[in-house]
Design a protein around this ligand. Sequence first.
Ligand code: PHE
Length: 443
Amino acid sequence: MKREQWSSNFGFLMAAAGSAVGLGNLWKFPYVVGMNGGGIFLIIYIVLLVLLGAPILMAEMSIGRHTRLNAIGACQQLNKNWGFVGFAGIFGAFIILCYYGVIGGWVMKYLFTYIFTPGINKPDEYFQNFSSSAAEPILWQLLFCAVSIIIVIRGISNGIEKISKIFLPLLAAFIIIIAINSVSLPGASEGVKFFLIPDTSHINSFKDIFSIILNAMGQVFFSLSLGMGTLITYGSYLSRDSSIQKNAFYIPLFDLIIAVLACFAILPAVFAFGLEPSGGSGLIFRTLPYVFGSMKFGRICAVIFFALVFFAAVTSSISLVEVIASYFIDSRKWSRPKACIIPGIVFAGVGITASLSFGLLSNVKIMGESIFDFLTILSDKILMPIGGFFMCILTGYIWGMPEMFREMSSGGKYKIYFRKTISFLIKFLAPAMILIIFITSFI
Ligand code: PHE
């Protein structure tokens, strides 16, 4: 059977950027920036994006396109003992899906609230009541999971590519509008300063700085969808007429631009309305209703905005479902619907406990964290960096850099820039950095 392919490189780029751009940029980045001291985090994040993110992105895309297989199959083909890297990735995708649906569900709830009601009066109270209630968030979460599963059942170029092509450019345009409004609020300049000017006054020890670095590393992996086979899977449908290096330049760039714009939309408003930047996972839900409330045509803007966030979340969550589904399709010979629905039931089910951890199950702690926080830490700060580490070792030492460059150049068709630097990053710097950050943070 001929493997499906993206219909064009633009389609791939949009789908891969669609996987990268998601709740990680719009929901998570602003609050992680807020919790980690603003400007200083931004700088560390950008450094890690270039030194870790881009090279691992190249490696994953090359492995995928070379082998034309799912994450486990691809790693196994490079070396039969290395299937575990792909397996860890599929497990990671699973963990992320458990909590991604919870936030995706919140986004849907806000979208429908703005469609059917004039707005949200007391954003803090509203968010608190909603997120801690039992049944409603679960219903939205299940709905979100169902939408993602249905799209993946429809197949690669049919479902994923079509959606991503339209919405991504729209999303960028729309966040700019909100950001302009947010920045022009009275008192907003404090937020801009907080975000852009590094302030080291609250860093008191090595522990503080390593915790910021670990959070930045987790965010790089999460936001670029790295270390768990998403880009192997998407790369496996990529044609040799595309330049991997170009894609590895544009995807992080696009991802960063959206994340930075999201901060401009959120952080100035946080300061303008006297909220706490370190407010945690509810930050955008507590903040944005104030911004929309103060805007002309606020309600319409809110509807469009939450619709776009919803699409961003869906294009990411379908890439996660695809990682899992493609394994069952390739290796277990399951039909596409079965390969989507059976895992779907499991992650949606576990996701219910994550949703309840904001209310009914808030006392249940795993290693001192709520179920939701535990799942996010497990994926971003443990599984994905470990996956990234092994991806570097597999590419640099087992498959070998010359092979990777051959794949990247499509057999000599494209020139590869910075070969030596890329080799150095993949073989030495990236794995060493992951190891050091990892070990120091956990000690
Ligand atoms: N990158 C996505 C986001 O920013 C999340 C994601 C992680 C998607 C890993 C796929 C794989 O929301």
